[in-house]
Structures are given as structure tokens and as C-alpha cells.
Design a protein around this ligand. Structure first.
Ligand code: B3K
Ligand code: ZN
Length: 862
């Protein structure tokens, strides 16, 4: 059921960063009383309000009807103005009490208080609290919360909220109550409650200063056995944040609840994190290594928010990257410390390139600190999160670990308990380091991925090399002209003859449109290794030859640069094939063979290095994308690699078989490389490919191998394929998270008939629109499968357009996330481009569109 109350009549208006004004009223304390029921929940809020400026008290509400409103105990005069409840208050301090009734079970938006699988739970970031109680629902109003919940004891035996549990008891008629108090003032977006029949995995953590913290991970009883990995991650994250950032936990309790219907990954509510169950539940039979990694990352990320987000929060939503970029950087550092830092860096860059670069180069491009939005939910983007993290990483690189840490300490000390801005963070970094970051601030205000051109020439007689750098920041919507931005570029030179590094690595701060760097004492022709470790989030353009790239892919001593050289070699080869219809595969094949044979490399790194860049990434490298030409070139190179190196792949596949399911760095790497080898064997077209994949699948004692076998079979047209999918479905029919994999594997299959399969799956009884995980596993996965989504018939576009319209009536936030693949229309050849635009126009013409979808679609049309 759709419970939105205000269908859009006029186009929604944009909110501007420049219009910020501090709140005229603060709310130091709020007491909330919930009489919980899935159909009719009664909520009473008692707000103590204190005047800070002129004007009436304005409280935000969304789909709420005030039933009673009193001021200091007396019924008050009030009015509704554009969704706000407005009360003219005469004095400077009052107590305002308001009662409303809400219907959790009818809440399909999953914002505010909603029902999931028999639980009642909340999601308030960014603006969900206004669907629970009238309140100044903005992050710069910080209140102390007292919460009382009453509910049916049998149905909701567990009642949780933020902070400390301060009381509970039984009531007549089978009901009971619990009271919680959070001593830390917090913005409304961090409020949470959960009621349900939950089992708990309990543990404890002793902080550096000796305080005992009770930890609890709450799940449905049947899932309890799958919570140990998350608990382990939580404890390692708590210890890590003390070590790396000097941050201790501050309450006596830290609870996490897993729910199955959730709009995104997880939520950092103070003392009561609520998680999408896919980022909590794991055991070897049901979760892949990637799931295990993601769980640790997300658990750590939400925990780290306790400081970067909760203790110091955001003044307004334009500052979102203040907490998200910094916290992603912190979780990336944490994960790098748990295993292979090199492989982690490669993975993070792959995500950035797959999600953020296209965003930065398209109609939805925005700076990490945007200037305006229509719907803030649309700004939880790869730019705010992942580019935001890269910007913090550049600060870390430029300032060095010690000064960066001093800046972070100063930031936390200075702004503890307040709502801060990105500017506050930069100033703290400046003050602690003594550095002038004036020009660096451009990274906060300019959108677009800079292109850096690098040309190296050698003056052999003079023994000198000269590196000429040029940068250009492309135009983005609303920002036609850009300034050059300062960026740290880690650079090394290798000798063509000696094969050795000619100078120690240097970190050059490239600031300006052009720069020349001279290197002395360079006797032999040098080869350029640049942006090592991906020190700046930019695109490097250089004219390095296939031979140079092959050399660096084998000998560079920076693992990222080594990976990058191989990727560039593959990209160059594929782009040439797309452009000319043919390409020489020899250099790639030789480089892959050498990498496979190098005993000094860890298997996880090898797996990354020998994997072809995705078809979508290749599309991103072209001026105009012709998806069929990309598919042809990609299939040709993949098959050539498979055929030519078949003995190597078979050897690797057999050699890595002993990994079993141990979740160790080595075990993970072996399983990954074995999976990559299997993919190449199948792609080679050898007759026993399907049988080998089927055996891989059948013999698996863990989900990673099972999923790898299934993905390899998905590429084939074989009886084994159908049998494996049927067996997989039968085995996991009652496990929603694993069924998501069943849908996703089919939607991602690089096959000509994937569009047919996906259309059919959309009518499968297990495909439910109300569960965001299920929706993403089929529709989200399909939309990033370039060859399937861009099927020449245009059916993929229509399918997605239909989904956006249908979903928008249920869950606008999730519907809006489906729009960006259509928004890339201008990058494609004219026929596809026209069909994509037409689909966006059809969506835009739909009556009653949410502002979420309206914003994404209207901006996508340009
Ligand atoms: N802060 C939440 C994201 C909320 C998204 C709201 N649309 C999770 C996180 O980034 O940690
Ligand atoms: Zn976050």
C-alpha cells in the first residue's frame, strides 16, 4: 500500500546549501512514548523547546496527522504549513506535547517506523523521523532522547532503543514495556527502535580505559548461528579505532539488529545499529568470501560512525561527505589492515571506477559537497561516499600519517557534541599540520574526474628525464569551467635496460594546469610508473607502449601500479579491437601467462590482475559506446586467453583445489584465483568446460566455490547449467539471502538471452518487489550487465522503465536508485540513445511521480 499523502502537483523545489540558517528553536530533550502495534501505533512526543532566534516553532511532519497538541500542558493553537506543524510560542522555553497514530505495516517506503518479517523497526536517516513524530528533523538539532515502548509481550518480547536500558516490566492484557535513555544528544536521524521476537548473540568488549561494553547482535532465532563473523568484526573494529584514531566507545551497550527489508546496507543509530541482514549473516554454506569481507567492512563502517557521524555530526545534509567520505576512508584502512592491503586497494579502485567515474561523467554528476538537491536520499551516492573517501585519502597522503592523525584528533576534540561542516574538517587539518589547503578545497566544490596527461621524455646525453603533466577537469552540469586541483601523484621511474627502479619513489603535488618535473641522473631510457597506489582519483592518459606496460605488469614494485599496467594493456588491446575490428592479443596473453607463473605473487592479486576489465568499463573508455562491438572484442580476447593458456588455467584450477572453506587471506585468494581459472576454461570453449564447472559446483563445501561454479555454468548453454540452477534453488528455497544470489547470477550472465531470462524471472513467485535486496539482485544486477541491458531491441530499457514506475508507488527511494543506467543515454550510439531517452520521458510523464524519481529522471534528461 502506498501511504504517501502528497502527490506532486507542481514540480518539487530544490534546497540550496547557500540558504542555510541556524534553527530558531532547539530541542534539548525529547521523551517519546510508543504504544506499538503493526496496524496502529500511537506515538506521543514531549519536546522541551528553547528559543534561539526569531519566529514560530516549526516542526516537520510527513504523512502525520497531529491528534493532540499541547503547550505546557494546555491545548495549543497550531497550523499546518507545507507539511510543517507551526506553533506561535510567546516565551523562550516551553514543553510541547503531540500525539499521532502511524501504521507500520502499511509503510512500504521503509522510512520511519515499519514492519519487516514480523519485526517493527525504524530507519530515520535522512528524513524519516518526521514520519514518526513532528520534530525539527534536521541534523543540527541535537536532543537527549528518553523512549518508552509498550507492546504485546508474546509478539514483541524484545524492545530496543538507543542508549541504555533503564527499565522494563509487565502490564495487564499480555503487554509489557521497556524504557531506554540515551545520554548523548543526537540528531533525529540517529533515533532507532526495534520490537520483535529476536535471539541474541552476546559478547563484551573492554575498552582501552577499562570500561566494559555489552555487545549484542539480535536476529531471528534460526539465524543465530550465522552471527559470529559479524561479532568478531565488531570487536576487531572497536580495538582498531582505539589504536588507529584514539577513539573509544562511549556507552555501556552496543546493539546490532539484522532485518531483511532495508533500503541500503546498514544504519549507525546511536548504540543501536540496524543492518540489512545480508551484512550480518554468514556461514560457509551460505555466504561467499565477498560476503564475509563486506560484513566486516560494513560492521566496521557503522561502528566508526560512532565518532565520525554521531559524536561529531553534520550541520546540514550538504555536509554528508563529512561523515560518509571520512568513514569510508576509515573502513578502507581497517579492512586493508585485516588482510592484503594491495588487494584491498585494487578492489576499492575497481568500485570507484565502476560506480563513481560514470556518475562523475554523466548528468547526475555533483561535487562531494553538493550545492543543491531536491531529495536528499538521491545523494547517498558513490561520489559522496567513495570519491569522498578518496579526497580524505589524498589529505592523508599529502599530510602524512602523523599530521593527519593530529588533524583528526583536533577535529574530534573541537567539534565533539556538535554538528560540523566539511570546512571545519579542513580547517582542523590545516591547523594541525600548518599546511595551507585553500586550493585543495576545490575538491569539495568541483565535480568531474580530472584527466591527467603525462608525457615522459629522455635526454640521454644529459642524463635527464622530463615529465610533463597537464590536467583538465571536465565540464559537468552547472559547472562549465573548472580550475586545476592540487593532487598527490606518487611517481617512480624504471630503467628499460636494467629493469630496476632508477630513483626512489616521489610524491609530486601536481597543482596547476601544467607542471614539469625534472629527474637527474637518468642514464638509460626510463619507463613511467605514475599514480602508484592510485594516489589521486583521476584518469591518467599516457602514451606508454604495450612493451612498457608489459614490463611494468611484471616488475613494478608497487602492486597497484603493477595491476594497473596489466589493466591498461588489456584496455588498449580491447579498445583497438573495438575500433578496428581486430587486435593483436599476444602482449596480453604473454603478460597474463607471466603473472600466472610468478611464484612471488599472492593468488588474490593474480586473480585481480588477470581478470579482464568489465564491458561497462570498456564502454566508459569510448567516445560513443557500441555495446555489441565491445562484447565482440571482449569475447574474442577472453576466448583467446582461455584457449592459448588452457594448460595454465587447468593447472591453476587443479593447483588451487585444496583451499576448502577456511576464511583466511590465503584461502580466499586461492578460491578466487581458482574461480577465475574456471571462467577462462569455460570461455575457451573446450568440450569438458561445462562438466568441469558442474564438478566444481557439485564438490563445493562452501558458498564461494558453489557460486563460482554456478556463475561459470551460467555462461554455458548446457544441461548442467539448468540442473545446477534447479539444485541451487531447491537447496536454498527458504533462505532469502541465498535466493538473491540465484537471481543475481542469472541477471549478470554474459549471454545473449539474459534479457529473456530476466523478464521471465520478474514473474517468478520468489520475485517480490517489496524487498529491496530481491529487487537489486534481479533488476539492479541486470542494469549493470552492459550486454544484456543494452540489448539492441531496447527491451532492457523498457523493462527498467516499467520497474521504476511500479516501484515508485511502493518505495520511491529504491525506485530512484534504478534510474542512473538509463541516464547514460548520451554515451551510446544514436539508436540506443534515442530509446533510452524515450524511456526516461515516458517515466517523467507518469502522473504522481515521487520527488525522488522526478529529480533523477529530470536531471538525467538534461
Ligand atoms: N548512514 C547510512 C545511510 C543512510 C542512507 C539514507 N538514505 C549508512 C551509512 O552510510 O553508514
Ligand atoms: Zn556511512
Amino acid at each position: 500500500m502506498d501511504i504517501r499523502t502528497q502527490p506532486l502537483a507542481a514540480p518539487p523545489v530544490a534546497i540550496h546549501r547557500a540558504d542555510y540558517v541556524p534553527p530558531s528553536w532547539t530541542v534539548p530533550d525529547i521523551a517519546l512514548d510508543f504504544d506499538l502495534d503493526p496496524v496502529r501505533t500511537q506515538v506521543t512526543g514531549r519536546l522541551s523547546v528553547v528559543r534561539q532566534g526569531a519566529g514560530p516553532l516549526r516542526l516537520d511532519g510527513d504523512a502525520l496527522v497531529a491528534e493532540t497538541v499541547t503547550v505546557d500542558g494546555t491545548p495549543a493553537e497550531w497550523a499546518m504549513e507545507g507539511g510543517q506543524l507551526v506553533i506561535d510560542l510567546v516565551g523562550d522555553a516551553h514543553v510541547v506535547e503531540i500525539s499521532v497514530t502511524i501504521a507500520p505495516e502499511a509503510n512500504t517506503q521503509l522510512m520511519g517506523l515499519y514492519a519487516s518479517d514480523g519485526l517493527l523497526c525504524t530507519q530515520c536517516e535522512a528524513e524519516g523521523f518526521r514520519r514518526i513524530m513532528f520534530f525539527p528533523d534536521r541534523p543540527d538539532v541535537l536532543a537527549r532522547y528518553s523512549v518508552r515502548m509498550t507492546a504485546d509481550r508474546a509478539r514483541y518480547p524484545v524492545l530496543l532503543s538507543n542508549g541504555d536500558h533503564v527499565g522494563s516490566g509487565t502490564l495487564p492484557d499480555g503487554r509489557h514495556y521497556a524504557e531506554w535513555r540515551d545520554p548523548f544528544p543526537k540528531p533525529s536521524y540517529l533515533f532507532a527502535l526495534v520490537a520483535g521476537d529476536l535471539a541474541v548473540n552476546r559478547d563484551s568488549f573492554v575498552t582501552g580505559s577499562g570500561k566494559i561494553v555489552e555487545l549484542g547482535i539480535w536476529v531471528r532465532a534460526g539465524d543465530l548461528a550465522r552471527t559470529d563473523h559479524a561479532m568478531h568484526a565488531l570487536k576487531t573494529a572497536m580495538a582498531w579505532d582505539e589504536r588507529a584514531y584514539g577513539r573509544e566507545y562511549d556507552l555501556g551497550v552496543f546493539n546490532i539488529v539484522a532485518v531483511s527489508d532495508f533500503n541500503f546496507g546498514a544504519m549507525e543509530n546511536k548504540g543501536l545499529n540496524i543492518f540489512n541482514s545480508r551484512y550480518i549473516l554468514a556461514d560457509p554454506d551460505t555466504a561467499t568470501d565477498l560476503d564475509y569481507d563486506a560484513i566486516a567492512t560494513v560492521v566496521a563502517h557503522e561502528y566508526f560512525h560512532n565518532w565520525s557521524g554521531n559524536r561529531v555530526t553534520c550541520r546540514d545534509w550538504f555536509q554528508l561527505s563529512l561523515k560518509e567520505g571520512f568513514t569510508v576512508f576509515r573502513d578502507q584502512q581497517y579492512s586493508a589492515d585485516q588482510g592484503s592491503a594491495a588487494v584491498k586497494r585494487i578492489e576499492d579502485v575497481r568500485v570507484l571506477r565502476a560506480a563513481q567515474f560514470p556518475e562523475d561523467g554523466g548528468p547526475l554528476a555533483h561535487p562531494i559537497r553538493p550545492n543543491s538537491y531536491i531529495e536528499i536520499s538521491n545523494f547517498y551516492t558513490a561520489t559522496i561516499y567513495n570519491k569522498g573517501a578518496e579526497v580524505i585519502r589524498m589529505l592523508h597522503t599529502m599530510l602524512g600519517e602523523a599530521a593527519f592523525r593530529a588533524g583528526s584528533d583536533l577535529y574530534f576534540d573541537r567539534h565533539d557534541g556538535t554538528a560540523a561542516t566539511c570546512e571545519d574538517f579542513i580547517v582542523a587539518m590545516e591547523d594541525a599540520s600548518g599546511r595551507d589547503l585553500s586550493r585543495f578545497r576545490l575538491w569539495y566544490s568541483q565535480a568531474g574526474t580530472p584527466r591527467v596527461h603525462a608525457a615522459l621524455d629522455h635526454d640521454a646525453p644529459g642524463g635527464r628525464a622530463r615529465l610533463r603533466l597537464q590536467q583538465a577537469v571536465p565540464a559537468t552540469p552547472g559547472q562549465p569551467h573548472k580550475q586545476a586541483m592540487p593532487m598527490p601523484l606518487r611517481i617512480a621511474l624504471f630503467g628499460e635496460l636494467s629493469g630496476t627502479k632508477l630513483l626512489p619513489e616521489q610524491t609530486v603535488i601536481f597543482d596547476g594546469a601544467h607542471q614539469e618535473i625534472l629527474f637527474e641522473g637518468i642514464g638509460e631510457r626510463p619507463m613511467l610508473s605514475i599514480n602508484r597506489g592510485f594516489s589521486a582519483p583521476v584518469t591518467i592518459e599516457s602514451d606508454r607502449s604495450a612493451a612498457e606496460l608489459a614490463f611494468l605488469s611484471a616488475h613494478d614494485d608497487d602492486p597497484f601500479a603493477r595491476y594497473e599496467a596489466m589493466q591498461q594493456l588489456m584496455v588498449d588491446t580491447l579498445v583497438e579491437d573495438v575500433a578496428t575490428g581486430t587486435a593483436d592479443h599476444a602482449a596480453v596473453i604473454a603478460a597474463v601467462k607471466a603473472t600466472l607463473a610468478d611464484p612471488g605473487l599472492e593468488p588474490a592479486f593474480v586473480a585481480e590482475a588477470v581478470t579482464l576489465p568489465s564491458e561497462a568499463y570498456l564502454g566508459d573508455q569510448m567516445l560513443v559506446v557500441d555495446p555489441q562491438a565491445v562484447t565482440r572484442a571482449w569475447d574474442r580476447l577472453r576466448r583467446a586467453l582461455g584457449e592459448t593458456l588452457i594448460a595454465d588455467w587447468r593447472g591453476t584450477h587443479a593447483g588451487m583445489a585444496a583451499a576448502g572453506h577456511a576464511y583466511t587471506s590465503a584461502g580466499k585468494g586461492m578460491r578466487r584465483l581458482r574461480g577465475v581459472a574456471l571462467g577462462y576454461i569455460v570461455a575457451s570453449g573446450v568440450e569438458d568446460g561445462p562438466a568441469l564447472a558442474a564438478a566444481h559446483f557439485a564438490a563445493a563445501d562452501n558458498m564461494t566455490d558453489r557460486q563460482t561454479g554456478l556463475s561459470a555454468l551460467a555462461m554455458t548453454a548446457s544441461a548442467q547449467r539448468d540442473a545446477a540452477f534447479a539444485a541451487f534453488h531447491a537447496r536454498y528455497a527458504d533462505n532469502g539471502l541465498v535466493l538473491d544470489k540465484w537471481f543475481q547470477t542469472q541477471a549478470l550472465a554474459p549471454r545473449d538471452d539474459t534479457i529473456d531470462v530476466v523478464e521471465r524471472l520478474a514473474t517468478h513467485p520468489d520475485f517480490v518487489l517489496t524487498n529491496p535486496n530481491r529487487l537489486r539482485s534481479l533488476v539492479g544486477a541486470f542494469a549493470i550487465n552492459q550486454r544484456a541491458f543494452h540489448d539492441a531491441s531496447g527491451r532492457g530499457y523498457r523493462f527498467l522503465g516499467d520497474m521504476v514506475v511500479t516501484m515508485d508507488r511502493l518505495n520511491p527511494q529504491t525506485a530512484a536508485k534504478l534510474v542512473p543506467p538509463l541516464g547514460r543515454w548520451s554515451r551510446f550510439e544514436p539508436v540506443r540513445s534515442g530509446m533510452m531517452r524515450a524511456e526516461l520521458e515516458r517515466v517523467l510523464a507518469t502522473p504522481g511521480l515521487s520527488k525522488d524519481v522526478f529529480e533523477q529522471v529530470s536531471k538525467s534528461l538534461g
